[in-house]
Design a binder for this molecule. Sequence first.
Ligand code: IPM
Ligand code: MG
Length: 395
Amino acid sequence: MTTPGQPRDSVAAAVTYRLVVVPGDGIGPEVISGGRRVLEAAGRVFGFGFDWTEVRIGGAAIDAYGVALREEDLAACAAADAVYFGAIGDPKYDDPKLKVRPEQALLALRKGLGLYANLRPVTVQPVLQASSPVRESLVAGVDMMIVRELTGGLYFGKPSGQTDGPNGREVVDTLFYTEGEIRRVVKLAFELARGRRKKLTSVDKANVLSSSRLWRTIVDEVKPEYPDVTVEHRLVDACAMMLIQRPAAFDVLVTENLFGDILSDEASVLAGSLGMLPSASIGEKRTAHGVHGLYEPIHGSAPDIAGKDIANPLATILSGAMMLRWSLGQPAAAEAIEAAVAVALAEGYRTPDLVAATGEQPGQKKVGTQAMADAVMAALATQARVGFPTAGPAR
Ligand code: IPM
Ligand code: MG
C-alpha cells in the first residue's frame, strides 16, 4: 500500500477495486472516458487498480433491451465496490405519455441500492469566480455541502399517478417519509457538519407541510447529540433566495428529495458551470473499503453537445475523487485529483462552458473533453514528483 500523501511515480497495483461503470447517454460516454483515465492515472501513482464492468442503463438500455434497467445490471451494481455513472436521458424519450423512460433507471438504481443520501458539494474554484453569473464578491468563499434525501419523498411516495375522476383527469403524488428515513439522513448531515465548519441548515416547508414539521422535529431531536454543531431551520422558498444573496454563509444543508433536487441545481450556478459539480449517492451498506455508493456529475446527458468532445469532464473527474474518498478508502488520491483539477484550471485550461461567461481571456487555453482530462493527468503526474497538497474540508 502507498503511504497516503507520499509522492510516487508508478507502483504495482496492491489492491484492485471492482467498479461498475455506466457511460449512459449523450455526453455520458465522453465524460466517463475522461474520468476513467484520470482514475487509472491516480491508481498508478497511489498503487491501486480497477476492474471495470461496463453496463448499459437508461436510454442505451431501452435501445438495447427495451427496459431502462435490467435486474442483472442492478445486481452487478450492488455487487461492485462502487458505481461510476455518466449521465442518462435522451430527447427521443421526452414524450410524457411514454411508459419506459431513461430516468426511471436512475430512480430504480437509487432505491434498489438503498442510496438514501445524495451529497452535492458546491465550491467555487477561485479562478472561476468571474465566470459565475452571480457577482464575484458574493461567490468568493462559497463552500457548501448539500445533503439531499434520495430514496423517499415525492419521488417515491404512493399513490402516484393519473386517473379519470368525475371531474376529468386527476393526478396525485405523495410526499411520504418515515421518521427513520428522516433521521438517518439528518444524522449523516450532522456528521458531515462536524467535520467541516460545524453549521447545519435544515431546509423544509414547515409552515405548510406536515412532512416538513416532522422533519423539523427530528432535526431538533437529533441536535443534542451534536452540541458542537450550530443548527438553523430555513423555509425552502427563503432559502432559495439566500442561496444567491449570501451563498458563502452556508456550510451543510440537509433537505428532502425534491427540495434538494431544485436547490442543488440553483446552487450549481454559483460554480460558474453545471459542468463543475460532482455528486455522491451513498447508503448504509458497507464494502471492504468504505461505503457503497454511486458517483455521478450533477449535470445531465446534454444531447445537444454529445459526440463533439466539448463537454466539461471535470464534474465526472471530481465525482471519481468522491468515489475514492467515500467508497474506496483512498482519501489522499481523492485530494490529489481535486488539487490537479485546480491546477489545470489555474494553468488556464477551459472547456467551452467555462469560457462562455467571460469570453476567452489572455492565457486561457480552450480545450475539449479529453484534452481537459489530459491536463488533469499532467497535473497529477507533476504532483507525484513534487509532492501532494494537504487535506481540505471533507467532501
Ligand atoms: C438529478 C436529476 C434526476 C433527479 C432526474 C434525472 C431523475 O435531476 O439527479 O438531480 O430528479 O433526481
Ligand atoms: Mg436534478
